[in-house]
Design a protein around this ligand. Structure first.
Ligand code: NAD
Length: 561
C-alpha cells in the first residue's frame, strides 16, 4: 500500500461522511461514492481488503477498522498492523478537518439518554474490564478529539451538564450516592450535583494571550495534556466526576476515572450517562472512561500507565501524597480542617445561623464545611445560645462528650468510616440520645488539643474553642487549619481583622460573613469546583488547570500596525 492508496482509502471513507477527495487528500483521485445504503463497515472492510490490509468482515473478529455504531469518529480494533495506524491517523485528521463532531447522521440527536440500574455496572459506554483497555481507548479518543472544533468541545461539555440535569437524573444520582456510600443527605447532594453542572467553567476559561511586534505575532494558548487520570472521593462521588469531566474535556483532554470502590455503582452510572450523551452529540467514543471494578490496584495501574500524562487526585492526604510522588504532573486536592472565627463585632445571630447551616450541609461531608469554631470569649455564650436556636444540640457533660468520642473515633485516632457523613440525630442515637430532625449539629466546647478540633471528622459534630481576643482567635485558626491552605471562614465587621486573617491563613477559599458553601458558589458569587487543590497550588481548579501553556510564534508576519 503506497501513500496514494492510503489517500484514496481515506478519501473513500470520507465520502461516506459527505466529504470530498479534495477536502481531505489533495493528490487522491476522486473517491468512489458508497452505494446508497451500503453500510460503512462494509465500505471500510472493502477498501482495506482491496488495498491489502486487514481482512474484510472485520467487525467481530477483532481485525480492521470499524466505525463506532453510534458515533461519528472512528474506532480502531486491536490489530497489530502499522498500515492500520497510518490509515487511522489520516482518517482522524481528515475527519477533524471536516468537523466530524457534528456532521454525522447521529449528531445533535435530542433523543433521551437512559441507563437502567441493571446496566449501570456492565461493560460498555466507557466502562472497561481492565485499566489498560480503558486508557488505550481514552488515548485514541483524545487523538480524535484534538481535531474537533472549540464549538464541538462546548457542545460536548454542555451535553454533560444537560444529561445530568434532565429526566430526573439529578435526583436519581443524588439519592443513589447517599444510599450506596451510606453518607450524606440526598437533598443536599442534589444541590451539589446541580452546582457542578451549572457553575463549572467551560471553554471560556481558556483565554488566549497574543503579543505582536516588529518580530511578528506570538500566541500563548492553553493546550491539552492528553489523557488525564482522575481519582475521586466517596464524599462527592458524582459531583467530582461531573466537574472533572467538564473541566478536563473543555481543556481538550480525555479523562480516565479511578473512582472510590464504595461509590462504584453511582460513579459508573454517571460515566455511562455522560458517554451515551456524548455519543448522541457525535463525540469521539470513550472520552470519559473507567473500569468495571475500581480498586487500589487499578488506581495504581492508572497512575503508572505511560499514556496517562496528568494525575488529579481529589481525596485524603494519602492519595494526594501518592500522586505527588509519581514523577508525573499531579494536582492534589486534599483534606481540609476549616476553622470559623467569630469575633465581638460580628452579627452573632447571622453567624450562628450560617455556621449551623454550613456545618450541617450534606452532613458535614464537604471538605470546605465548618469543622471547628473559635469564638472570642466576650461573645461565646451568646453565640452558643443562638446556635442552639438554629438546631445545635449542646452537650456540656464531659462524660457524654467522652462517650460520643468513644463511638465516632477509631483506634487510630481518626473518624470511624461508619460515622462519616451521618446525621446528628443518627450520631446522638449511637449514645442513646433521641432527637428529632430539627437537630442539625452536635455542639460541644473543647480545648484546642481535643480530637474533635484537631481531626477532620466529616460529621456534624462541631467543637467550639474560646479565645481571649480576635488576634488570639486568628492565630489559633491558622494553627488548626494545619497548613492545608484549604478553607476558612470569619464572621466580623472589622475589615482590618478580616484582612489580617485572610492574609495569615492563606487558604484557597476564605468566606467572610457567610456559610462555608458560599465558597462553593451556593449563595456566593463566582464559579464552582469540587477539586480544590491546596497542596499543589492550583487552588480552585478549572479547565485551564488541566491544560498547559504553549506558544505559537509567527516570525516577521501578521503584525498590521
Ligand atoms: P480517600 O482518600 O479515602 O479516597 C479518595 C480516592 O483515593 C478514592 O478513589 C480511593 O479509592 C483512592 N485511594 C485512597 N487511598 C489510596 C491508595 N493508597 N492507593 C490508591 N488509591 C487510593 O478519601 P475519601 O474518604 O473518599 O474522601 C474524603 C477526603 O477527601 C477528605 O479528606 C476530604 O477533605 C477530601 N476531599 C478533598 C476535596 C478537595 O477538593 N480538596 C474534595 C473532596 C474531598
Amino acid at each position: 500500500m503506497n501513500d496514494k492508496d492510503i489517500s484514496n482509502a481515506v478519501a473513500q471513507v470520507l465520502s461516506g461522511y459527505g466529504s470530498t477527495a479534495a477536502d481531505s487528500a489533495a493528490d487522491a483521485p476522486p473517491p468512489a461514492k458508497p452505494k446508497s445504503g451500503q453500510p460503512m463497515s462494509d465500505l471500510v472492510a472493502q477498501i482495506l481488503t482491496d488495498l491489502g490490509s486487514s481482512p474484510a468482515a472485520a467487525t467481530t473478529d477483532g481485525a480492521g477498522y470499524v466505525p463506532g455504531s453510534k458515533r461519528c469518529c472512528w474506532s480502531k480494533s486491536p490489530v497489530d498492523d502499522p498500515i492500520d495506524d497510518i490509515v487511522n491517523d489520516l482518517v482522524v485528521k481528515a475527519l477533524g478537518d471536516k468537523q466530524p463532531c457534528g456532521v454525522c447522521p447521529h449528531s445533535g440527536s435530542s433523543a433521551d439518554v437512559a441507563v437502567s440500574d441493571e446496566e449501570a455496572t456492565t461493560l460498555g459506554d466507557g466502562v472497561f474490564a481492565t485499566m489498560d483497555e480503558a486508557i488505550e481507548a481514552a488515548e485514541l479518543a483524545q487523538r480524535q478529539f484534538l481535531f474537533c472544533s472549540m464549538a464541538a468541545r462546548k457542545r460536548f461539555t454542555d451535553g454533560i451538564r444537560e444529561v445530568i440535569l434532565s429526566n430526573g437524573t439529578l435526583e436519581r444520582i443524588s439519592h443513589m450516592a447517599a444510599e450506596e456510600t451510606g453518607m450524606g443527605n440526598a437533598a443536599h447532594k442534589i444541590i451539589k450535583n446541580r452546582l457542578a453542572c451549572e457553575k463549572t467553567p467551560g471553554i471560556e476559561d481558556l483565554t488566549t494571550d497574543a503579543v505582536s511586534g516588529d518580530d511578528g505575532l506570538t500566541l500563548v494558548e492553553y493546550s491539552p495534556y492528553g489523557v488525564v487520570g482522575a481519582i475521586t472521593p466517596t464524599t462527592n462521588p458524582t459531583e467530582t466526576v461531573i466537574c472533572n469531566s467538564i473541566g478536563m474535556l473543555a481543556a481538550g483532554n480525555s479523562a480516565v476515572f479511578s473512582v472510590h470502590p464504595r461509590a462504584t455503582k453511582v460513579s459508573l452510572l454517571t460515566i455511562k450517562l455522560i458517554n451515551r450523551k456524548l455519543a448522541t452529540l457525535g463525540a469521539p467514543a470513550n472520552l470519559v472512561v473507567t473500569v468495571q471494578t475500581p480498586s487500589i490496584d487499578n488506581t495504581n495501574a492508572m497512575m503508572a500507565h505511560p499514556k496517562v500524562r496528568m494525575l488529579v487526585a481529589t481525596g485524603g492526604p494519602g492519595i494526594v501524597k501518592t500522586v505527588m510522588s509519581t514523577g508525573k504532573k499531579a494536582i492534589g486536592a486534599g483534606a481540609g480542617n476549616p476553622p470559623v472565627v467569630v469575633d465581638e463585632t460580628a452579627d452573632i445571630e447571622k453567624a450562628a445561623r450560617d455556621i449551623v447551616n454550613g456545618c450541617s450541609f450534606d452532613n458535614n461531608l464537604p471538605c470546605i464545611a465548618e469543622k471547628e469554631v473559635i469564638a472570642v470569649n466576650q461573645i461565646a455564650d451568646f453565640l452558643i445560645s443562638e446556635m442552639q436556636k438554629c438546631g445545635a444540640y449542646l452537650i456540656k457533660d464531659p462524660a457524654v462528650i467522652k462517650q460520643l468520642e468513644g463511638v465516632v473515633i477509631n483506634e487510630k485516632g481518626g473518624p470511624k468510616t461508619s460515622c462519616v457523613g451521618k446525621s446528628a440525630a443518627h450520631l446522638l442515637g449511637l449514645i442513646g440520645i433521641t432527637v428529632g430532625d430539627d437537630v442539625k449539629i452536635i455542639l460541644t466546647e473543647a480545648d484546642k488539643d481535643h480530637v474533635f478540633v484537631q481531626e477532620e471528622l466529616m460529621m456534624p459534630i462541631l467543637p467550639l474553642v474560646r479565645a481571649p481576643s480576635v488576634d488570639d482567635a486568628i492565630d489559633l485558626a491558622v494553627e488548626l487549619e494545619h497548613g492545608n491552605r484549604h478553607t476558612a471562614m470569619m464572621h466580623s465587621t472589622n475589615v482590618r481583622k478580616l484582612t489580617k486573617m485572610a492574609k495569615l491563613i492563606q487558604t484557597t477559599i476564605f468566606v467572610k460573613n457567610g456559610p462555608s458553601y458560599a465558597g462553593l458558589a451556593v449563595g456566593g458569587e463566582g464559579y464552582t469546583t469540587f477539586t480544590i487543590a491546596g497542596p499543589t497550588g492550583e487552588g480552585l481548579t478549572s479547565p485551564k488547570s488541566f491544560a498547559r501553556k504553549r506558544k505559537c510564534v509567527m516570525v516577521e508576519a501578521l503584525n498590521v500596525r
